[in-house]
Write a protein that binds this ligand. Structure first.
Ligand code: VAH
Length: 319
């Protein structure tokens, strides 16, 4: 049977890249992009797009039926910083969209779901170094609480209703093809744009705040590898830890300086510092490695070089 894949949140940081990757794999017409706002030109022109507000369950169901969708990737969400500034919307959007999609599978309309979790499921009482898969989890942000509840919801739907839902606890994601939207880890993307355009950057996190991050090609590959793995290998149905690569603003600034010699970094922590302080600085992902063979490819150095190369090209700077 042909797979028909619906990506909800195709205009966001992950969606922008994932749609194109999946269209290459499954054929343009079999990957339906959808978002409340238009997606990239490449997405809009290469295949189907449906404008959708994920709170509208009726519309979601009609789109799923129209295209006989078999898999849904639910990427629409409010991220950590934005959700703190609009807690009602953060809670209702993140929770309700998830239920809408899980119920599609429970009602037999679709076969498989990808739902992203985050290292934001951890909180101040979690062991901060090499954080294990199973540990104390007391998130203290709206975003983290919705992700933690969502993980429990995933496992519940899997156990009670046999829903094939798969999930990753993404670290902060870094890429050049799209911009992040309202996260605490966004500084690690902004720094590249500012360094190339202006030679300086003011970080909203303090210099020694270590956080786990991941380069987008690794994140996209992890997502697809997990979704393609045989069901019996996916032993964890809440969400898998992924370690990525951990670094501080100071450490990434040092790497950026190698490409932009007079680069100046300054620090002016804002409300996002408190969010960052509640999250682990490094993650243990042995379960992902053992269950479905996960292996990271990009370290900080390799990621920095690739980001610089691509963004300089994008800004048409020859160095
Ligand atoms: C955020 N990038 O900063 C997201 C992420 C690791 C955190 O989920 O909100």
């Amino acid at each position: 049977m042909t797979e028909r894949i619906l990506i909800i949140g195709s205009s966001g940081q992950i969606g922008t890249e994932l749609v194109m990757k999946l269209r290459n794999m499954y054929g343009n017409d079999n990957v339906i992009a959808s978002d409340i706002r238009p997606s990239s030109e490449q997405i809009m022109q290469s295949g189907p797009f449906e404008k959708m507000d994920i709170m509208d369950e009726q519309l979601l169901r009609s789109i799923v039926k129209k295209y006989t969708v078999t898999q849904v990737y639910l990427l629409a969400a409010l991220l950590s910083a934005t959700a703190e500034q609009n807690i009602e919307l953060g809670w209702s959007l993140n929770m309700r969209s998830h239920s809408h999609v899980l119920d599609l599978a429970k009602d037999g309309l679709i076969k498989k779901i990808f739902w992203p979790s985050s290292i934001a499921v951890f909180g101040p009482t979690t062991p901060m170094e090499n954080t294990p898969q199973y540990t104390v989890m007391e998130p203290n942000t709206v975003y983290g609480i919705t992700k933690q509840a969502g993980e429990r919801w995933n496992e519940y739907y899997f156990n009670k209703f046999g829903v094939d839902v798969r999930s990753i606890r993404y670290p902060g994601l870094i890429g050049w093809k799209s911009s992040p939207g309202g996260g605490t880890t966004d500084y690690a993307v902004d720094i590249f744009h500012q360094a190339i355009q202006h030679g300086k950057y003011e970080s909203f996190l303090s210099k020694n705040t270590g956080l786990p991050m991941m380069y987008m090609p690794d994140a996209i590959r992890a997502t697809i590898e997990l979704m393609e793995a045989p069901a019996e290998q996916v032993k964890i149905r809440s969400s898998y830890n992924l370690a990525g690569v951990s670094f501080t603003p100071k450490q990434i600034a040092e790497k950026v300086s190698k490409h932009i010699p007079n680069f100046e970094m300054s620090y002016k922590p804002d409300f996002r510092q408190e969010i960052a302080d509640s999250w682990p600085s490094s993650i243990n992902d042995t379960h992902a490695q053992n269950d479905w063979g996960w292996k990271l490819e990009y370290d900080l150095e390799k990621m920095t070089s690739d980001m610089m190369k691509n963004l300089k090209e994008q800004y048409k700077i020859t160095a």
